[in-house]
Write a protein that binds this ligand. Sequence first.
Ligand code: NAG
Ligand code: NAG
Ligand code: NAG
Ligand code: NAG
Ligand code: NAG
Ligand code: NAG
Ligand code: NAG
Ligand code: NAG
Ligand code: NAG
Ligand code: NAG
Length: 764
Amino acid sequence: MECLTHFRLLYLLLVLSIAMSASMTEDLGTYIIHMDKSTMPMTFSSHHDWYLSMLSSMSSSDGEHPTHLYTYNHVLDGFSAVLSREHLDQLEKMPGFLAIHADTFGRFHTTRSPRFLGLDKNAGSWPEGKFGEDVIIGIIDTGIWPESESFKDKGMGPVPDRWRGACESGVEFNSSYCNRKLIGARSFSKGLKQQGLIISTPDDYDSPRDFYGHGTHTASTAAGSPVRDANYFGYAKGTAIGIAPKARLAAYKVLFINDTDASAASDTLAGMDQAIADGVDLMSLSLGFEETTFEQNPIAVGAFAAIEKGIFVSCSAGNSGPEGYTMFNGAPWITTIGAGTIDRDYAADVTFGGGILTIRGRSVYPENLLISNVSLYFGHGNRSKELCEDFALDPKDVAGKIVFCYFNQSGGVSQVREVDRAGAKGAIISSDSEIFIFPSFFIIPLVVVTPKDGDLVKDYIIKSENPVVDVKFLITVLGSKPAPQVASFSSRGPNNMAPMILKPDVLAPGVNILAAWAPKFALTWVGENGLLTDYILLSGTSMSSPHAVGVAALLKSAHPDWSPAAIRSALMTTAYVLDNTVGSIIDMDTGVAATPLDFGAGHINPNMAMDPGLIYDIEVQDYINFLCGLNYTSKQIKIISRRSKFTCDQANLDLNYPSFIVLLNNNTNTTSYTFRRVLTNVVNSPSVYRASVKQPSGMKVNVQPSMVSFAGKYSKAEFNMTVEINLEYARPQSEYIGNFGYLTWWEVNGTHVVKSPIVSAFAL
Ligand SMILES: *[C@@H]1O[C@H](CO)[C@@H](O)[C@H](O)[C@H]1NC(C)=O
Ligand SMILES: *[C@@H]1O[C@H](CO)[C@@H](O)[C@H](O)[C@H]1NC(C)=O
Ligand SMILES: *[C@@H]1O[C@H](CO)[C@@H](O)[C@H](O)[C@H]1NC(C)=O
Ligand SMILES: *[C@@H]1O[C@H](CO)[C@@H](O)[C@H](O)[C@H]1NC(C)=O
Ligand SMILES: *[C@@H]1O[C@H](CO)[C@@H](O)[C@H](O)[C@H]1NC(C)=O
Ligand SMILES: *[C@@H]1O[C@H](CO)[C@@H](O)[C@H](O)[C@H]1NC(C)=O
Ligand SMILES: *[C@@H]1O[C@H](CO)[C@@H](O)[C@H](O)[C@H]1NC(C)=O
Ligand SMILES: *[C@@H]1O[C@H](CO)[C@@H](O)[C@H](O)[C@H]1NC(C)=O
Ligand SMILES: *[C@@H]1O[C@H](CO)[C@@H](O)[C@H](O)[C@H]1NC(C)=O
Ligand SMILES: *[C@@H]1O[C@H](CO)[C@@H](O)[C@H](O)[C@H]1NC(C)=O
């Protein structure tokens, strides 16, 4: 799952009992079939009729016809169907048949975050972007909890006339649940049902209603209405508000509660197809499919059709960090979002010996429990007790006490459970492991202290005859430093499928984000009790993609004529790379400065993105030329581009992207790389810019010309950037450490600054 609530999942698996149909014929499978529409016989009035006729002409020895699932109108030319081996053989011989792919499965991959992003109702992106007014965001996710306060439509004008979507009735969902905020809700489950998943309450709803809560969280993060006093059991109290609070939301449910196969490619394609047909302006997907070449990845295929219609597509980068080459959703037409922390922390104060020592630790334990003058237990001298390993604690020793332990690298949940099993009152764990940023670990009164503070605790216990503690929970720390940091789970570049494009594109908030939740499901288990809440803290790149799409909605509202690539360029060239201590953004995993392979161009900065000065634009044909450059076959390119005719005489891997990456390894002999770029002025006046380069070590970067001028809005200027590599020095010695620097265009006598990372990385 892309949203990191592993522990909850364990509970989920125990609680769930999704019945599986055992009667599925062995050789039946669900397939996505790509067709060449230009070969459709004239006798058919629509391609849908053509496909149905093909399917009805096919038969098996047992007399069965194939079952049609979806006809796709936008994302691809073709359909999905349940076919036997015999059907497959017949289908492959039919005229117009292009390719077939077996269905695949993907997985899921905020009160203060708007403030952290610098959004202000009186100045900057919020008023300039009209709070996202009349921009429609499609959220492709687990559905929606329509009663949430975050989806109230107070003060919103009528639904835009151009909207063609619908609010589908279904299980516990009535079309009357939509309003001027939530303007559409649909559900797509045919593909998953073919896998034998029976979707029935109370395990999930076969309707747009959100069971899991993930879609409600992402939708309210992107465009939730303001809700006063939202909080997670007292933490993070404040007004919860989406990034584009006046934007409209349409929910497309393609993810269902099922750990292994949460989302079928056939359903995801159907959801994206419908979102395009309905008229969304932007889409966000917080899920990922296994990384394959782009024509086999439903999100890459669907997103290509979307951007062709001017729809901006933002996706989660994945939670497979901190190793390199772990990106999801890295197609160059997608805007790929990594996760960073915000400047808010959740804490507990621990006082030892009635005041001898006080330490602030991290905790999101959700109860206002009074712990005062309680005995402390530490099994020092016995390693298994020090680590609270399974069955190491004796209930006789620890009952009613607070246990102190050291974190065991492979422990975490199991250590917390051991403390619980032994009947202790709570625990203090010494650890700098990031796993403890997840609320789902706090099933007992638990405080996590740094190893340095842990040593002080140990010292106190050893020296004290009768060690005791007081603990005060429910402390929210604002303005914590340094922030942002790159979350260690955030997937890192380069992107396997196209490493010559730097990914992720940008970083956005994705750690302990407070947003709306489906209050159906016990969220946190405290002993035997599941606590329910309307708002929840979640972490993951799932949370960062909706932040980015919210900012993109503000930009789209202010600049309706900007292409998806222009919006991405504005987000990238204005992103910041320094944290709130004015130091380099740190990688939480290593504790040292992160690189563009971790954060892309940097952390999004909505107020600056509104007015980037210049943009690097990309047209659809450029992406086709890029696929040609990747040596994709004409069949692969036809599938992605839905064009029956195209040529590859302009093959070009050097997309007009606002970032630069050079790939090196021990076999590299090339020492010079040239990037060709075109800048477009998006300001309503003439302007002049001068290039400056922060040279990456071991590289010599030269920009020609180093000064560019623009006659007016939309006037363009070309430049070439040459990177000379000193292979002895710049060659990355280990797989993921790259040297990096920046190219910055400074406006002469103006304020615009257009910045791009230049990075070298290890080539696989
Ligand atoms: C849906 O809501 C409308 C209006 O509240 C109501 O008249 C109708 O009976 C509801 N339909 C279902 C299926 O519950
Ligand atoms: C999810 O569905 C798959 C089949 O598609 C099945 O094997 C698996 O057991 C299901 N998981 C749950 C939690 O029901
Ligand atoms: C703490 O508890 C002990 C007995 O367990 C008692 O002697 C002591 O006075 C208590 N201290 C405070 C500050 O309440
Ligand atoms: C951590 O705990 C696990 C499970 O309790 C145990 O198997 C392992 O040996 C422990 N690791 C260390 C480094 O102590
Ligand atoms: C350490 O504690 C465990 C669990 O209580 C016990 O089984 C083991 O014998 C102890 N080892 C030593 C060296 O005391
Ligand atoms: C594409 O094929 C050409 C010719 O074989 C080769 O030189 C080039 O490296 C290939 N490009 C990629 C991205 O694999
Ligand atoms: C590359 O070459 C360097 C120096 O010759 C060597 O230390 C390093 O191990 C090599 N790396 C790989 C991946 O072969
Ligand atoms: C790179 O150069 C070295 C020696 O200079 C040579 O042995 C090697 O074959 C060259 N590699 C390629 C890919 O050209
Ligand atoms: C960039 O380089 C290309 C290829 O060498 C050349 O044709 C073009 O004129 C150069 N552009 C500029 C602005 O120097
Ligand atoms: C910038 O301002 C200076 C001083 O006013 C002027 O001399 C110069 O020509 C201006 N440059 C541009 C590109 O406008």
